[in-house]
Design a protein around this ligand. Sequence first.
Ligand code: HEC
Ligand code: HEC
Length: 431
Amino acid sequence: MRLGLALLLLGAACQRTAPPLERWSDAWLAQEAERYLDDPAARRAALEASLTNHANIYSTQRLESYGLGTRGWDALPEWNPRSRRVDAAAVADLARGAWPELPAERVWDGKRPTTQAGWVALGERVFFQYPLRAEVAFEHVMIGAPDKPADVRSATARGIDLTPAGEVLGAVTFNDVDGTQRVGITCAVCHASVDGAATVAGAARRRFDLGALRLAYYRDSGESVDPELARRMATWGPGRADVTEDDDEDPVAIPDLWSLREQPYLTQAGTIRHVGPLALALRQETQLLHANALRVRPPRELAWALAMYIYSLAPPPSTRASDPELVARGRMLFDRRCTECHTNAAGGGDLVPAAAVGTNPALAHGKARGTGFYRVPVLTRVSGAAPYFHDGTVPTLAALFDPARSVPGHAFGTDLPPADRAALVGYLESL
Ligand code: HEC
Ligand code: HEC
């Protein structure tokens, strides 16, 4: 009798408030999608909650203009262009000075997906096909100059990736906002790579040297470039770019996009607190409208789709053979020495003051994205993520734990005897 009453009361309680949806379930994501797409107040609240340091340039720009309903960036027109991936036929057209024909349909058919799989599929399309902006260095490689014929193959040395079918991965040709046809870049230029026959979406393109491609364009075209900017571009090297909007010298390594759900902070200086999928979606929305010089904004459905696609990315299965004893010993050392910061299941964790980790502090204290901290990166497939640290300055895992390393900071583990350091590396290689 008493039990029956208790169950009855429990039943009544359940009817009053539905149990909260499980985080990351399809139903929860669908609910979050509605908040992002249809509720400006929810977007604004997510923005404010997700900015770690409201005083840096990244934050002040967004706080001034984002999620204001009918004002600011919300008032920009939506842009859903006609865009074509630069496949082999388009490469041939461009090389002979002709603009490839664009598809009749736009990147998005204007229909909001109704399933999680539908969002991911749309996000994949955006990732490879929605132009961030026109890029003169890519136009130069593909169209050439009067005395310098197009030469896509030689640009592969600077990290322009060609698929086996001859597509320039990440490049598109599209109708720009002003109606002119251009060659542009997408997310896939930095965040996807060709590995043999496969395209690996989410893998940082660590051979990509945007600085060198830009300098080649300025040199061959004779167009003037600020000498200070040219000097800095020459220092980026492969796999790094200075994506910040100040004149601090703080190029950042392109990260792999694995295990992003497990990353409590986004970007290496932890500029964005990853409070939930709205934080990533609005990062992508504001990145795209910034890349496009604040002329237009992407339909929000495309920013949400991008976020869903990024969460779905996983590395290809590892083919590395590991020695189980070494891995077990390394795991024990890791649990003892490293989980104070590398706390969660994917090895990620909270922010650490830049001074406590001791790596190059320029980015952490930069005017543009600075927070005073570095975030603890996830360690999923870390063996493939060299060179290490936010600025890509340590060449191998062995070098990371070498007490004689010349790059300062993150000395954790360097005091261990060589056999223990080898075990730590063995464990990390198994992740
Ligand atoms: C020119 C190269 C480049 C392009 C193009 C580019 N990114 Fe990135 N991306 C970077 C770099 C460099 C960082 C690291 C920034 C930092 O840590 O401050 C980054 C960081 C990120 C992060 C944060 C990852 C993390 O671990 O916190 C995400 C998510 C991301 N990019 C997604 C995208 C998407 C989606 C697009 C297309 C709309 C895109 N990026 C276009 C270079 C690029
Ligand atoms: C005090 C906190 C802290 C401790 C303790 C710590 N780490 Fe880290 N770790 C960090 C931070 C912060 C970074 C990012 C530093 C940067 O990019 O400048 C990092 C970066 C790394 C990286 C580079 C990842 C990449 O993709 O570049 C590896 C590998 C790593 N840690 C492994 C370890 C191991 C193994 C230990 C234990 C021996 C350890 N860490 C101990 C905070 C810590």
